[in-house]
Design a protein around this ligand. Structure first.
Ligand code: SF4
Length: 892
């Protein structure tokens, strides 16, 4: 009917089609050439908007038409080229037609048909907007309809004829009067809230207060109702629902995330988001393996990544074996299929940002996403999966239509933005007594109470005139009915006033000052009303502009015809700091020990218990490796790769340095990809130089000491108390008549702390490694190699030069203290007491001060654990459990 049944190409495909036309026509001298070179997608979108506006207003493009501007002539030529291509398609050349037309193209054709006397089965049309405010072509259509016998009415809204604020406001706005005397009688209120949550709480409380008037209440959904719906649901009220589409729905993110995963330098956080998606193409059991790998070595292809593949596939194998009886060949086939499917997602081809992404790859990536989404739709039947399939298909069609071989990153992102702007918005409202509308202009009938939720500016651009004076007069001479942008604004402003001028008894405008943490401007209509508010007295203004936080301060608040009642809840006190925690006897058992777990236990038993006994860890999104650890991981990986082939190393310093540089570059993307991101080049090149020089220096030291074998990253395990102790050694040197020697690599700004640790008998790692590598009860030598300083800190006088020796407690004695302290700590834990050594309470501090013998005595900074001789500082500064034990306070 009226020609509205045709379907049209998505906007992204139209833009891509038009872009190909513009590119084909561009000889470098066109009016759009320079803009097109810089931003092809944005330039095309603007020119297509001009074309749509002109065609919708009745312009019939003709490149031979005299008097038109260069711009219009170009647009007309493009239209003709497009029409010729379509003709060739009809003739069977199979060239796809450009999909330029859109729904507004039909206006002139409908008008022509109506003016030619076409009959339509419509009896009556009621206009909410004033006829003179409508676009010219609509006015002509309505006139033609009237002439064809259709009755066209003008609806008029008249405010109630009483003496309330609501009626006065409506009358003043309708008359554009600068004066309106408001009394604060509660029929008109602006409710201001600090944020959207407070605003939602206010409206929920108001709706909950009295439902007898809900049938005559209208709610305008002026902004997202996400928080509001959650609070309504909690209060047992129906959700209002929001028709707004959102491109941020988690499953829809699959398309942009997957494309971003193909760009290099690699954005590891995009991988983490992809693997954390609900309904990710990688099953949860496998995604966890890759997430763990990325947390330790953020990159693709390194040791942790390969290990993740092995673990994921072995989990898959276990699941297959548990599910069904399966023969060996089918098992292998099924595993190979899973691996190949996962690799498509996890190891896509790399596209360098400078080179752009090949169009063929964009299409294949979209196809992969579309197929996965279609499969999910088949299984779960949810609409959002079908929506994603459609969006992926649209992007593929746009990539093909644009006719480019590669897409620069910025252009692909704009294309994606256009495609995703359609988003998905299936938040259906629940059946309710009230009526919900999406725009104030939809109010055209009487209501008792109108609530405008989200009385804020939507930030839409102001309408501007895109045409020059010459173009306007050219159009006017040819009867093209362009709409005046000023009239669009008038129409819009009239629609905003409609809730106030409607015959309603009450109006509440709800305005949060911040949304999503950002300040947000009031709705433009507020500025008209503000004039009236300014003239009111302070007391009246306080009644007209109500602060939403009043519901937290008053037990009852009269608000727009209802009494909002709240019961004041006393805030519960958070648990205070505690230095001793009681648990059930035997609840904590000895755990497999390692140097880092022992350091943790000796520093603070509570952090050890939470980490190892309770397995409370940071989530994957929060536990990304910081820059310092990233650099350390990369340096360790380079040393392991080079010294793992010690016997093949050349003695030449130059070639070794070159080898180290090549290994560094190769491993950077595999284990420390964030270092390749823009802005990290200085940091990366410093680290590279430092690592390469250290490799040469350490190799010389090892060779001079005559060691013949180096084992890297070797795992040693031994019985320890009632359990096991294991340690992974960075480097174990042997041969050449030397006693075995363990080197622990360290990357730190200063070496003084490690030196102090050794001289004060706190070198726990070295003591454990030396014990793990003992032969015939003779412990190995051990030392820290400080990469940045190119300095070895050795616990033994030989075989390295004498100056490397750090005088201090023998490692065997340190180890004995570790054993005794470990046993003592475990006894406390097994008996049910956990010490939080850093959580000194105020009472304990006061008590210690009172017991002080002299003023020179240091303040109590840690809790003593009875019977423990190896005392380390509690690691509160880097501990993630500070908010659980009370050391770090919650910010409320
Ligand atoms: S913050 Fe300090 S006291 Fe609390 S658990 Fe961590 S290390 Fe222990």
């Amino acid at each position: 009917m009226l020609g509205l049944s045709r379907s049209f190409a998505p906007q992204a495909v139209r833009i891509a089609d038009y872009l190909a036309l513009l590119r084909g026509f561009d000889d470098g001298e066109r009016f759009y050439s320079r803009s097109f070179q810089i931003d092809p997608w944005g330039t095309t979108a603007f020119l297509l908007r001009l074309r749509d506006e002109a065609v919708a207003a009745g312009w019939r493009p003709d490149s031979h038409d005299q008097g038109q501007s260069e711009r219009l002539k170009t647009l007309a030529t493009l239209e003709e080229r497009c029409a010729n291509e379509e003709t060739r398609t009809v003739e069977g050349t199979h060239k796809s037609a450009r999909r330029l037309s859109c729904i507004t193209d039909l206006g002139p054709a409908v008008l022509t048909a109506l003016e030619a006397g076409a009959r339509v089965p419509i009896d009556e049309i009621s206009l909410v907007d004033r006829l003179e405010h409508l676009p010219p072509i609509w006015r002509r259509m309505l006139k033609a309809l009237q002439e064809a016998g259709v009755k066209v009415d003008q609806l008029s809204l008249v405010a109630l004829a009483d003496d309330s604020d609501m009626s006065r406001l409506g009358a003043s706005l309708a008359a554009h009067s600068p004066r309106c005397s408001l009394a604060g009688d509660g029929t008109f209120v602006i409710a201001e809230a600090d944020d959207e949550v407070q605003a939602a709480d206010l409206l929920t409380s108001w709706l909950h207060a009295d439902n007898s008037l809900d049938r005559t209440t209208v709610i305008i959904r002026g902004s997202s109702t996400s928080f509001l719906d959650q609070l309504l649901h909690k209060a047992g009220l129906p959700r209002i629902g929001c028709n707004r589409t959102s491109s941020q729905r988690s499953f829809l993110q699959l398309l942009p995330l997957f494309l971003e995963m193909s760009w290099r330098p690699l954005a590891v956080d995009r991988y983490v988001e992809f693997l954390s998606l609900p309904n990710s193409p990688i099953p949860r059991f496998a995604a966890d393996c890759f997430l763990r790998a990325l947390r330790h070595q953020p990159g693709i292809g390194g040791g942790a990544w390969q290990e993740a593949w092995r673990t994921a596939l072995s989990r898959k194998q276990k699941a297959l074996l548990q599910q069904e009886e399966i023969d060996a060949a089918s098992l292998q086939k099924s595993l190979a299929e899973s691996e190949s499917a996962w690799r498509q997602w996890l190891e896509p081809p790399c596209c360098a940002t400078e080179a752009g992404m090949p169009a063929a790859y964009v299409v294949s990536a979209c196809t992969l996403v579309r197929n996965h989404a279609a499969m999910m739709h088949g299984v779960h039947g949810k609409e959002i999966f079908a929506r994603l399939a459609l969006l992926a298909q649209t992007l593929a069609a746009a990539a093909q239509a644009a006719g480019s071989e590669t897409f620069p990153r910025a252009q692909l992102e704009r294309m994606l933005e256009t495609v995703m702007s359609d988003g998905f918005g299936s938040d259906e409202g629940e059946a309710s007594a009230w009526t919900a509308v999406d725009h104030p202009g939809q109010i055209f009938a009487p209501a008792d109470t109108i609530i405008w939720w989200g009385f804020n500016s939507d930030g839409a651009p102001v309408h501007s005139q895109p045409w020059t004076a010459n173009e306007m007069s050219f159009f006017s001479e040819r009867g093209v009915l362009l709409e005046d942008p000023a009239m669009k604004m008038v129409r819009e402003a009239q629609s905003w006033r409609r809730p106030a001028v409607a015959p309603a008894s009450r109006l509440m405008l709800i305005r949060p000052r911040t949304v999503c943490g950002r300040e947000i401007a009031a709705h433009p209509l507020y500025h008209e009303i503000a004039e009236y508010l300014e003239k009111a007295t302070a007391a009246t203004r306080a009644k007209l502009v109500v602060q939403a936080d009043q519901i937290y301060k008053q037990e009852s608040l009269p608000l727009v015809g209802r009494l909002v009642k709240r019961v004041l809840a006393r805030p519960a006190l958070l648990p205070s700091k505690r230095s001793r925690w009681r648990i059930n006897t035997g609840a904590v058992a000895p755990h497999k020990a390692s140097p880092s777990s022992l350091e943790r236990l000796l520093g603070c038993p509570l952090t050890w218990s939470l980490r190892y006994a309770a397995s409370i860890r940071l989530g994957n999104l929060l536990s990304a490796v910081d820059d310092e650890r990233l650099a350390g991981n990369l340096a360790h990986a380079v040393f392991a790769e080079i010294f793992g082939k010690f016997s093949e190393l050349s003695d030449s310093g130059n070639s070794l340095e070159e080898l180290a540089a090549a290994v560094f570059d190769d491993l950077c993307a595999k284990v420390a990809a964030p270092l390749l991101l823009p802005g990290k080049s200085l940091e990366r090149s410093r680290l590279r130089r430092s690592v390469c020089e250290a490799v040469v220096h350490l190799q010389e030291m090892i060779s001079t000491a005559r060691f013949t074998d180096v084992a890297c990253e070797s795992l040693r395990t031994a019985s320890f108390n009632d359990g096991e102790l294991e340690g992974r050694l960075d480097m174990l040197l042997s041969g050449g008549g030397n006693q075995d020697y363990v080197i622990d690599l360290k990357l730190a700004r200063k070496s003084i702390y490690r030196q102090r640790e050794m001289s004060e008998g706190r070198a726990i790692q070295l003591a454990i490694y030396a014990w793990l590598c003992q032969h015939d009860e003779v412990e190995a030598g051990a030392g820290y190699y400080m990469l940045g300083q190119k300095q070895l800190l050795s616990s033994t006088v030989g075989p390295f030069p004498k100056h490397t020796y750090v005088d201090g407690e023998p490692l065997s004695e340190t180890f004995s203290k570790i054993v005794a302290s470990y046993a003592q700590h475990m006894q406390h834990l097994v008996e049910g007491t956990i010490y939080a050594t850093g959580a000194v309470t105020d009472e304990e501090l006061q008590q210690a001060l009172a017991n002080r013998v002299s003023d020179a005595e240091p303040e109590l900074s840690r809790i003593e654990v009875p019977g423990v001789t190896m005392v380390l500082e509690p690691p509160c500064a880097i501990c993630h459990y500070g908010r659980l034990c009370g050391v770090k306070e919650f910010a409320l």
